[in-house]
Design a binder for this molecule. Structure first.
Ligand code: ADP
Ligand code: TYD
Length: 201
């Protein structure tokens, strides 16, 4: 059965760890499943990813448009076709990332972002969004020194606004979001996600 699950949270919150763990569990059971990671996942998306993460000065509005362009391409070329074939898609970041980072973080108009998210995705929304919730400092410390980008290096206040944004989005739609304490051991978190996913697949 087609199903669309998104993982959201700040940098270093454990999204990729959990998205991969869920991917493995589903694959072991023979489920047709893919994992996407935004921005990226298409040739255009990969080019945009390099630009977005390069640290070259970019206005918040330009940044917003590029994330949406990458997403429009990913939804049309990868996510929508896979769901239409009855597959399960695990998205490591989706529309709520833009609301949290460009809306709450950068301070861009949230109604505009809602509209662009809707246009870029053709109205596609996750069946479930998993939010890994943990203190900003703990998450950022996990990223360590290597492989950092301009988002990881942004002031901690920026990351705090993003965290508050995610909390507000989750509170506004408790049925659609699963909020988990991201400070617990990865295996525990993974078991809780699995329990929830089994109820919707
Ligand atoms: P994200 O995709 O949200 O940036 P990652 O899954 O890449 O986060 O995790 C960031 C770092 O934290 C990695 O080194 C990972 O091994 C570690 N990590 C992930 N989940 C946990 C956890 N529950 N507890 C402690 N460390 C974790
Ligand atoms: P990435 O290395 O993929 O980080 P992560 O593993 O945490 O997803 O970098 C993507 C960065 O882009 C990350 O800091 C979040 C940011 N981002 C936005 O600002 N807006 C968006 O719409 C998306 C999808 C990501």
């Amino acid at each position: 059965m087609a199903c669309f699950i998104a993982f959201e949270g700040g940098d270093g919150s454990g999204k990729s760890t959990q998205a991969r763990s869920l991917l493995r569990r589903l694959r072991r059971r023979g489920v047709k499943v893919i994992r996407t990671h935004e921005p990226g996942g298409t040739p255009l998306g990969q080019s945009l990813r390099r630009l977005l993460k390069s640290g070259d000065s970019m206005t918040p509005m330009s940044e917003l448009m590029l994330f949406e362009a990458a997403r429009a391409q990913l939804v049309q070329q990868v996510i929508r076709p896979f769901l239409d074939q009855g597959g399960v898609v695990i998205a490591d970041r989706f529309t709520s990332s833009t609301m949290a980072y460009q809306g709450y973080g950068r301070g861009l108009d949230r109604e505009l972002i809602e509209r662009l998210n809707r246009e870029a995705t053709g109205g596609l929304e996750p069946d479930l969004t998993v939010f890994l919730d943990l203190p900003v400092e703990t998450a950022l410390a996990r990223k360590g020194r290597g492989n950092r980008d301009n988002f990881d290096d942004a002031p901690v206040d920026f990351h705090r606004r993003i965290h508050r944004g995610y909390a507000a989005l989750a509170a506004a739609d408790p049925g659609g979001w699963l909020v988990l304490d991201g400070q617990r051991p990865p295996e525990e978190i993974s078991r809780e996600i699995w329990a929830k996913v089994q109820t919707i697949i």
